[in-house]
Design a protein around this ligand. Structure first.
Ligand code: PBG
Length: 343
């Protein structure tokens, strides 16, 4: 009890306490809630990440990501057609490369006919109206699962940058619209921009994985592309420490100075504060990757009946809009798009 201010003789009414302000007035009905709703999710906000495998008519479930499959290019083309029908603006492709094709330097990134480039060509031909975003990191192609060239236990920054810049040109040649480097090497954005421009790809954009954190939430993805059994050690010498936010700001500033057209935060939900800070600081197209571990957490809880999976999905996607995102990369994209379309 506060001994300095005596209690009023009679308890104050709620109207006296709030000075007549009542937040619930606008919440009282569906129509008024819709009227004052500040943020909305639309299909235009969605980029769909998909997993590709070699072969034909192949469809493999991913145990750690229930509801997500690896697809051979022919089957993936149909899914991409369906994504376009739903109005999803773009897809992001991730290859699960045959183990026999992986090596210490990830040299297959430089094969114009590697899995990711063949997929891009097929999608561009069959579904020219959808945007194609390709990751140019080395991890699907290295025998050790790291995003860089590894020598004597060290990730070699500059050699890696030269290789991914060359790989980016091949991806652009195959028809990629946006190059999205997820490797976090220093100088990669500027090197990719130079290489693209010299090859005549001025129109190909760069979405920088500007703030990629060394996160536990990538676990299921590593199963999806088959790097979990290969990876030794961790990625802390190139991804950002989850404890740091000023560093994420400096990293983004640098990527923008080097020529990034769009920036991404990854993972998404645990890093909404970073999204808000980037949007407020740079006013650039800002995206978030709702990564595999976020997807699987929601799916696992829903499968156990612990949460309503559909509502949790939509709430999680809306949260990205509220935090300042222009768009999101969720594995939920087609499911969310169908719900938004009332299907
Ligand atoms: C690596 C890469 C990762 C993801 C996409 N590309 C992280 C990693 O394996 O370290 C994660 C995506 C996800 O978890 O959904 N270049």
């Amino acid at each position: 009890m506060n001994k300095h201010t005596p209690l009023p003789a009679t308890p104050r009414s709620v109207d006296e306490i709030t000075s007549g302000r009542r937040m619930r007035r606008m919440r009282k009905a569906d129509w008024s809630r819709r009227l004052v709703q500040e943020n909305r999710l639309s299909v235009d906000d969605l980029i769909w990440p998909i997993f590709i495998i070699d072969g034909e008519n192949r469809r493999e479930p991913i145990a750690a990501m229930p509801g997500v499959e690896r697809l051979s290019i022919d089957l993936a083309v149909r899914e991409v057609e369906e994504a376009a029908r739903l109005g999803i603006p773009a897809i992001a492709t991730f290859p699960n490369v045959d183990l026999s094709l992986r090596d210490a330097t990830g040299s297959r990134l430089l094969d114009p006919d590697n899995l990711i480039n063949r997929a891009t060509r097929a999608f561009k031909k069959a579904v020219p109206q959808i945007g194609i975003i390709t990751d140019v990191a080395l991890d699907p192609f290295t025998s050790h699962g790291h995003d860089g060239i590894l020598r004597d236990g060290i990730i070699l920054n500059d050699e890696t940058v030269a290789q991914i810049a060359a790989g980016a040109v091949l991806q652009a040649e195959a028809g990629s619209d946006i190059i999205a480097p997820s490797d976090m090497m220093d100088g990669r954005i500027g090197a990719i921009r130079d290489a693209l421009d010299r090859a005549g790809h001025q129109d190909v954009a760069i979405m920088s994985y500007a703030t990629k954190f060394a996160s536990a939430f990538y676990g299921p993805y590593r199963e999806a592309i088959g790097t979990s059994g290969l990876l030794k050690g961790d990625k802390k010498t190139y991804y950002i420490d989850p404890a740091n936010t000023d560093e994420a700001l400096r990293e983004t500033e640098q990527d923008l100075a080097e020529g990034a057209d769009m920036v991404m935060v990854k993972p998404g939900m645990p890093y909404l504060d970073i999204i808000r800070r980037l949007k407020d600081s740079f006013a650039m197209p800002t995206f978030a990757y709702q990564v595999s571990g976020e997807y699987s957490s929601i799916e696992a809880a829903a499968a156990n009946g612990w949460i309503d999976g559909e509502r949790a999905m939509m709430e999680s996607l809306l949260a990205f809009k509220r935090a300042g995102c222009d768009g999101i990369l969720p594995y939920f994209a087609p499911r969310a798009a169908r719900l938004l379309a009332g299907e």
